[in-house]
Design a protein around this ligand. Structure first.
Ligand code: ADP
Ligand code: MG
Length: 245
């Protein structure tokens, strides 16, 4: 579904990503871990064409999008729902207007619009918040609304940037359960980037570790738990992602 082939991202000679190759299958829940500043968000932005690699190629659904124009990228971005770290809601719009943003120009009645918004909010476990403003919601609820807005586009894949960052453990687990549940119910390919090892191990089918601009590991959660590679062992037993230093 999403493939990176020997991707380099080296703005002004800075070595951010160097030779990243990975292949995420349709319906898979794939987690990319790495310390802060490792390049995790950069990988998501490369996947939906917000930035271009300096070398290598990116394939989405069998199409090489590397050289795509903004116009060609529009349908690709509809396939890939981005769930931003900050939820990135429109603060001056209600929850309903945020969730229904993709349908604002669709020729549907007000009633149908509200019905669809309600159904989409139900998927993420929210009720009776349609008329509230984003500022009136908790951090966990804002994340859910951001997720509902992405689901509303009916995407083939969801790309989550640090879905559990800044949340308390209970809310964090709820969001992870939701990510797993969405993958299972909607069969949506899911890519999650996180600095949280526990979150990645709890949710993902396969995981990768970004370290010093490269993928130091790629495999199943069990393969990572049982690896004998000293660098990866240090990371797994330490419970958090170390800096390349
Ligand atoms: N367009 C860009 N131009 C220059 N540097 C960038 C650009 N995008 C990201 N970076 C740098 O790349 C590094 C990785 O950023 P990022 O992908 O946001 O890391 P992470 O999400 O893992 O915390 C940072 O040092 C950041 O400053
Ligand atoms: Mg980031």
């Amino acid at each position: 579904m999403i493939e990176l082939h020997d991707v380099y991202f080296t703005p002004r000679g800075q070595r951010i990503l160097e030779g990243i190759s990975l292949r995420i299958a349709g319906g898979e829940l794939f987690a990319i871990m790495g310390a802060s500043g490792a390049g995790k968000s950069t990988i998501l932005r490369l996947m939906n064409g917000l930035i271009k690699p300096d070398r290598g190629s990116i394939m989405v659904d069998g199409e090489d999008i590397t050289g795509f124009s903004e116009q060609q990228l529009a349908p690709i971005r509809r396939k890939l729902g981005m769930v931003f770290q900050s939820a990135a809601l429109f603060d001056s719009l209600t929850v309903a207007e945020n969730v229904g943003f993709a349908w604002r120009k669709a020729k549907i009645s007000r009633d149908e619009y509200l019905q669809r918004v309600k159904q989409t909010l139900e998927i993420v476990g929210l009720e009776n918040v349609e008329h509230r403003m984003p500022a009136e919601l908790s951090g966990g609820m804002r994340k859910r609304v951001g997720l509902a807005r992405a689901i509303a586009m009916n995407p083939e894949a969801l790309l989550y940037d640090e879905p559990t960052a800044g949340l308390d453990p209970v809310t964090s687990n709820r969001i992870l359960d939701l990510i797993i549940d969405l993958r299972n119910r909607l069969a949506v390919t899911s890519v999650m980037v996180t600095h949280d090892l526990q979150a990645a191990f709890a949710a993902a089918d396969r995981v990768a570790l970004l370290y010093d601009g490269r993928l130091a590991f790629i495999g199943t959660v069990d393969e990572m738990r049982n690896t004998t590679d000293p660098l990866i062992r240090r990371f797994v037993t330490g419970g958090q992602v170390m800096d390349a230093g």
